[in-house]
Design a protein around this ligand. Structure first.
Ligand code: ATP
Length: 942
């Protein structure tokens, strides 16, 4: 073995530079250079050395926006710009005051300006922290979604994190995989790779391992190499990893990096618009007040200062400074809660729109079922075998009429079992006292079945090496392998043929391609009665919910090499071997999830590649459809025009034997009917349907990288129940957003009206300074709003129909509520202001300020539920709100009673009586909201 120094300062000469022109080298040369072995892969020592030498297989993030740019960006927010202008104007006014009369003892000069600027900076820094935090959270999510790669190490296949790949690794590729490193192909079968991420070429490229190319071959034509970031569309291949991390072609153009996208959600966009409207509105208000005031006073410039102060306060009051931060936090917390429930959000808008889903289209295998297959029946042309045993352990018996038999005595069964083992890409492993499957569970169950019958896959594969294959795809619904045979071997007892092809797949399709059947050790012509019989057995098993595969074989004289026509000509005139029926039990938790879906007005729909009877049986067991409900098959769907399909999608809840392109048509049909569709997918060809769906959902365990890339959300546990859980979280997030918008904007309206009322009532001063307003908007409104953002779901959250994703955020009475509460808020405060102005002339402003703040505390408590009275809600179900209300009240009292803060915020210490009066007035808002709930309840029950 070559040795290599492990420090980067002391560069090894024995390990090659990853930037070599690998396409010019033969397979053997590349293997020698990288000191690797295609049969065993690297050993753990080599892997360790190399990972230290070459580093992790990671793309360094492109520089992106620097921290400074992110920070400066915060100050381009129109609301903050307006606050800065307010600070400057307020500073100018202070300066004039100071010049004219000097400062009163103890007064802080320019305090409004300083405070506003401080708050602007604080808001900017908070925004910056949130944005960086959000980016970090998304990066962490990206890590969670980091793909796994199948490699050969220590002589056996295993799955490793793509980060752990090193040059020299033997990487195994199959359809749907995103290639995780650059490498030299060693062997391939029908391998097609889409390299658009790298070359821009949309069509997939056919790869060939055997070629050696000229040095100047352009990247797109290097068909003996594979590149990181590209996608395997079809076929299979074995690759010698040559370059990793930043040394790959993708690494060299790192801006191509695709990651978790962080686009603004529709809500965030609407909020930005709202911000613009509010700012422009407040500017118009300022102009109106100043011009109107000047005209009223006959152009007396003496009143100008007061008018400007009133306008500034109104301008500050109308803008909900705390809102953007609260929204960002809510969405971020929403994604975290969803991850805890195994749903990984890839595109932020999904958090908010998940709650609007009206139809969930789900795959069957693995999502509604457990994907733990166990073969229960094998039906050959002459016998019906029941198979015992559990899980993937290859221990069990074959029974005929409940009596155990030896598989050796049934030649056609022997051939079928060999087909199970050879026409198979999965690997059965014994690890930590358990039998585990690497690869497709369907194929895993077949290896187990072969094992139970005494047929061991590995020795058999050495005896009959694979020389060709036509891979499985959801469209073809079958796969074939061609193995080199020897005379006298299984299936060639009559000595004909030196090659053997085994085909397995959807029984109807396989049977169509058979012209004879295997009876004992002879082949016979397949009669129509026998075909009917086989299909009857198939339907019996499928009707019982079993997944059924058909098996056939064919002796060949030569291995076919024509790629394109291979399947059409070769998979014909086959010899029928038998049916294999396996149980894939429904997931127990799905039944409840389906019920919850229905209660929530969401229609679950099953879309499967499996047989219609299997689909119906499982759908019935889960409550998705009735026993007699219509099942639409891919074939029938194919014949439907758009308008017919549109009619059908409204009623059909089970689709069977469909191909990925049918899924796309189903989503489009549902969307044309106004449905908001969530759709699951796992295969490489599911990507268009996932993109088309309103919420595209990929499978975290069995899903291909390509499907994950196209999705909005990834199910970490592949479980249907997780979609329902995520939907519930989505609804809760949306409810909470509406809840704190009601809370915050209602208060803003109240403030503006109160300030505007002061000059109308002839009061000599502005009741609230800009600084006090900022305090209210950011702290006394902000803290409780944050607590409202984590309010637990209302009990009826999954008992009501979904809301339209296109509805305005102010829909269903929210806008009216805000205005109503704003007016009530203002009326209460104005009455208090009028009283206090007359009876407590020294403290009236502080009383207004305090009442507004305390009233908002009552409002925060009352707004927790739209329907339930506060006494009906457990106060401890949201402990954050208790904290927020307590802390905010203490802070507010500190502002009134701590001398330094009094000075700064311009407050006066209230007497106990004054404080109690404020408290009394503020509770009226709470009482009002509670009475509203009672009224609505009475109105509904009338
Ligand atoms: P779902 O779409 O719900 O996940 P599915 O797994 O049955 O269901 P596909 O994977 O598209 O859907 O499979 C379609 C059909 O192809 C299966 O019903 C089966 O008959 C056949 N099939 C599945 N896996 C294989 C395989 N590994 N080899 C050969 N045929 C297969």
């Amino acid at each position: 073995m070559q040795t290599c120094p492990v420090t980067s300062s002391h560069r090894s000469h024995s390990l090659p530079d990853p930037l070599n022109a690998w396409h010019t080298q033969s397979i053997e040369e590349s293997l020698t250079q990288l000191d690797s072995n295609p049969q065993t892969g690297l050993n753990s020592e080599q892997v360790q050395e190399r990972s230290q030498y070459y580093g992790l297989n990671e793309l360094e993030e492109t520089a992106g926006r620097s921290s400074w740019v992110i920070l400066l960006d915060q100050f381009t927010n129109i609301m903050l710009i307006m606050l800065i202008v307010v600070a400057i104007i307020s500073g100018v006014i202070d300066l004039i005051d100071w010049r004219q009369g000097g400062l009163e003892a103890g007064q802080v000069p320019f305090k409004d300006t300083i405070a506003i600027l401080l708050i602007v900076i604080l808001n900017g820094v908070l925004g910056y922290l949130q944005e960086s935090r959000a980016e970090k959270a998304l990066a962490a999510l990206k890590n969670l979604a980091s793909p796994k790669v199948r490699v050969l190490r220590e002589g056996r296949p295993m799955e490793v994190d793509s980060k752990q790949l090193v040059p020299g690794d033997i990487m195994l590729l199959e359809a749907g995989v995103q290639v995780s490193a650059d490498g030299r192909l060693i062997e391939e079968s029908n391998l097609q790779i889409r390299e658009s991420a790298l070359t821009g070429e949309a069509n997939a490229v056919n790869k060939e391992a055997a070629l050696t190319l000229a040095e100047d071959t352009p990247l797109g034509d290097r068909i003996n190499l594979v590149f990181q970031g590209t996608e395997v569309v079809q076929g299979r291949g074995t690759v010698l990893v040559a370059a990793t991390g930043m040394k790959t072609e993708l690494g060299r153009i790192a801006e191509m990096l695709q990651g978790v996208e962080s686009e603004p959600t529709p809500l965030q966009q609407r909020m930005t618009q709202l911000g613009n409207v509010l700012v422009s509105g407040s500017l118009i208000l300022v102009v109106l007040v100043v011009v109107g005031g000047l005209i009223q006073s006959g152009g007396d410039l003496g009143v100008l200062q007061q008018l400007v102060e009133v306008s500034l306060s109104m301008a500050v009051a109308v803008v909900p400074e705390g809102l953007p931060a609260v929204i960002t936090v809510t969405l971020a917390l929403g994604t975290q809660r969803m991850v805890r429930r195994h749903a990984l959000i890839r595109k932020l808008p999904a958090v908010e729109t998940l709650g609007s889903v009206t139809t969930i289209c789900s795959d069957k295998t693995g999502t509604l079922t457990q994907n733990k297959m166990v073969v229960q029946w094998v039906i050959t042309p002459q016998h019906t075998f029941q198979v015992t045993g559990e899980g993937y352990a290859p221990n069990g018996e074959f029974l005929i009429a409940e009596t155990a038999v030896s598989t050796q005595e049934y030649p056609e069964l022997q051939v079928l079992l060999q087909g199970c083992a050879l026409c198979n890409d999965a690997i059965l492993q014994y690890e930590q006292d358990d039998w585990l499957i690497l690869g497709d569970p369907t194929e895993g169950a077949l290896i187990t079945l072969a094992g139970k019958g005494g047929v061991d896959k590995e020795p058999l594969r050495r005896q009959f090496p694979r020389v060709g294959e036509i891979p499985f795809s959801s469209e073809r619904k079958r796969m074939s392998v061609i193995c080199q045979g020897s005379n006298g071997s299984a299936g060639t007892n009559d000595g004909q043929g030196t090659y053997l092809m085994f085909t397995k797949g959807s029984p109807e399709l396989i049977l169509e391609r058979c012209h004879s059947l295997q009876a004992g050790d002879r082949t016979e012509v397949l009669t129509d009665e026998q075909r009917t019989d086989i299909l009857r057995h198939n339907n019996q098993m499928a009707g019982a919910g079993l997944r059924v595969l058909g098996f056939a074989y064919k002796p060949l004289d030569a291995a076919p090499d024509d790629r394109v026509e291979k399947s059409e000509t070769t998979e014909q005139e086959l010899v029928w071997l038998g049916l294999v029926g396996m149980l894939d039990a429904p997931r127990p938790e799905v039944m409840d999830a389906v019920r919850r879906c229905r209660n929530a007005g969401i229609r679950p729909v099953m879309i499967t590649g499996d047989h219609q009877l299997t689909a119906r049986a499982i759908a019935h067991a889960l409550g998705i459809a009735d026993q007699h409900d219509r099942v639409l098959t891919g074939q029938e769907l194919q014949k439907l025009g758009q308008s017919d399909l549109d009619k059908q999608v409204k009623e059909v809840s089970v689709y069977a034997r469909v191909s990925p392109e049918h899924k796309l048509r189903i989503v489009q049909g549902l969307q044309r009917q106004g449905e908001f569709v969530a759709m699951t997918g796992d295969g490489v060809n599911d990507a268009p349907a996932l993109k088309q769906a309103d919420i595209g959902i990929a499978m975290g365990i069995t899903g291909t990288d390509v499907s994950k890339e196209a999705s909005d959300m990834v199910l970490l546990d592949d479980n249907f129940a997780t979609i329902v859980a995520a939907t519930e979280e989505g609804r809760t997030v949306y409810d909470n957003i509406r809840r704190f918008i009601r809370y915050i904007l209602g208060s803003n309206i109240g403030e503006v009206l109160t300030i505007a009322a002061a000059p109308i009532m002839g009061l000599q001063d502005v009741p609230l300074s800009p600084l006090q307003i900022l305090w209210m908007n950011l702290v006394t409104d902000g803290l409780p709003a944050l607590a409202l953002a984590v309010e637990p779901a209302e009990p009826d959250v999954m008992k009501r129909p979904p809301f339209s994703p296109r509805e305005s955020i102010f829909a269903r009475g929210l806008g009216a509520y805000m205005v109503r509460i704003g007016i009530i808020f203002a009326i209460v405060t104005i009455i208090l202001m009028a009283l206090a102005y007359d009876y407590y002339p020294l403290h009236w402003k502080t009383m207004v300020f305090t009442t507004l703040c305390l009233a908002q505390m009552g409002h925060a408590i009352a707004v927790r539920s739209n329907t339930r009275l506060t006494v009906e809600i457990n106060p401890f179900s949201n402990p954050y709100l208790i904290w927020a209300v307590t802390v905010t009240t203490i802070l507010q009292l500190a502002l009134v009673y701590v001398p330094f803060l009094q000075n700064f915020f311009g407050t006066e210490p209230l007497t106990l009586t004054e404080l109690l009066i404020c408290l009394g007035f503020s509770t009226s808002l709470f009482i009002w909201v509670e009475l509203e709930k009672l009224f609505i309840r009475w109105y509904k029950n009338r």
